[in-house]
Design a protein around this ligand. Structure first.
Ligand code: FAD
Ligand code: FES
Ligand code: MG
Length: 298
């Protein structure tokens, strides 16, 4: 059992946990993740990036966005509760070198995944420029932490409710037009990472993305996390999760991630039904399946 020592919401349905996991805390490097199981028996395994660690206290930090059954179950846990399984550190660490000027782009909860690498890039002597984006103000996370580790930070919201209005790609384009960018790390939703790859490609700026295929064992054995990079099959859990954005086939990644969408929605509906029984069964959907499943308790 892995005890939760701290649990705080950073944004609606985005929660930061500090967990006792001394061996992982001692050995982890930027870019690595853990595989977590929230239910001891029959629970599914999900990968979560190690956002930070404290080897002296023996704790790691994970930041979780509740998107489906397992992440929403996790986000109901509090300090004092515990997690049955935390396995790691897994994956290849980020390639940290003194590249010169590095732009770190984080979209939504992708900022939590990019943050440890931003810290390591700064420690390696790079000038680090951060671009943090979110749909709206309340979803923008880790502003303080990114400000403390970057030489310059740009905050972007789609609706202009905070920072500048616009997409992270627009800000990156501006920075590239100003000149002097040597390396880019971009982590966020797949369409965002695919768009960033097209911004940097014409300029030949090395661009790294962290891929999020479905992972099961996290050790290269199940084949679940197969991605296509440079025309070759790779397993993101052992060959990645970071890859050269200019070589990634984002179309195949998007298709593979959608494979279990219906089953995932069904298990979320069942979970919400058992935890919010007052909602009752959705008779409208039983009679008219074309209306689709109940979403978010609506
Ligand atoms: P579901 O309803 O089961 O699925 C929702 C969507 O999540 C799916 O459509 C699929 O795209 C994805 N997903 C589902 N199961 C898995 C799985 N076993 N492995 C990977 N993706 C899955 N999220 C965070 O909030 N914080 C992080 O730090 C973080 N780090 C990640 C690091 C890596 C290397 C990877 C691959 C993913 C990371 N994710 C992170 C994404 C997180 O693993 C998924 O959101 C989570 O597994 C969804 O599970 P669910 O049951 O709540 O949702
Ligand atoms: Fe099984 Fe990568 S998660 S091979
Ligand atoms: Mg799931």
């Amino acid at each position: 059992m892995f005890a939760i020592v701290e649990a705080t919401f950073l944004a609606p349905d985005v929660k930061r946990f500090r967990i006792e996991a001394p061996r992982v805390a001692r050995n982890r490097q930027a870019g690595q993740f853990v595989i977590v199981r929230v239910e001891a028996e029959h629970g599914e395994r999900i990968p979560l990036t190690i956002a930070d660690s404290d080897p002296t206290a023996g704790t790691i930090t994970i930041i979780v966005q509740g998107v489906g059954k397992t992440t929403k179950m996790l986000n109901r846990l509090e300090a004092g509760d515990s997690i049955p399984d935390v396995v790691g550190p897994l994956g290849e660490p980020s390639d940290i070198q003194n590249f010169g000027t590095v732009v770190v782009v984080g979209g939504g909860v992708g900022t939590a995944i990019a943050y440890p690498t931003a810290v390591a890039m700064k420690q390696a002597g790079n000038r680090v420029i951060g671009i943090v984006g979110a749909r709206t103000k309340e979803l923008l996370i880790l502003e303080e932490e990114m400000a403390a580790t970057t030489d310059q930070l740009h905050l972007m919201t789609d609706d202009g409710s905070y920072g500048e209005q616009g997409f992270v790609t627009q800000k990156l384009q501006q920075l590239i037009d100003d000149g002097g960018i040597d390396h880019v790390l971009a982590i966020g939703p797949i369409p965002m990472m695919a768009a960033i790859a097209e911004v940097t490609r014409p300029h030949g700026i090395k661009t790294i993305v962290s891929l999020n295929p479905i992972m099961v064992d996290g050790t290269g054995m199940c084949g679940g996390c197969r991605v296509t990079v440079g025309g070759e099959s790779k397993f993101a859990c052992v060959d990645g999760p970071e890859f050269d954005a200019h070589d990634v086939d984002f179309k195949i990644l998007t298709q593979r991630n959608k494979m279990y969408r219906q089953r995932e929605q069904r298990s979320l509906d069942e979970f919400e039904m058992t935890t919010q029984p007052e909602l009752g069964p959705c008779h409208l959907q039983e009679e008219h399946p074309e209306v689709g499943p109940r979403v978010g308790g609506v």
